[in-house]
Design a protein around this ligand. Sequence first.
Ligand SMILES: [Fe+2]
Length: 141
Amino acid sequence: MATQWKESFTLHHDRIDAQHTELFRLANFVESLDPRSITKLELSALFKEFFDYMQEHFKEEEAYMASIEYPLLQDHQKLHQEIIDSITNLLREKRSIQELQHAMKDASHKWLVEHILHNDLKIEKWRKGNIVTSDIQQNLL
Ligand SMILES: [Fe+2]
């Protein structure tokens, strides 16, 4: 089973935490799907819903980073954009249902779950003063 959201992933921001929880849930749901019991159309619709939710979340997370004057806001925005671009490309390609599900699993784990666990948690470490600006700028983490 894939990673579940847990308290140690908190950014101490109710809305962002709730969105991360939902994104983990969606990622796990995608993973658990049996491609034999879902149509390609349903899977594409689910992927689109997941993607839309993720983009809304990125906007809110970026607004939050701006509100606390997070020094790596621009780099983080770039990472969000890379995720969006990669998934946009995936959605454009014509694929079999198995390939589509495989691509969704990859997308949700490689780009989303790892992103949350690595990059989003950096925001909270910085906010709590556990890391300083020069550390993150020099990539000492
Ligand atoms: Fe993020």
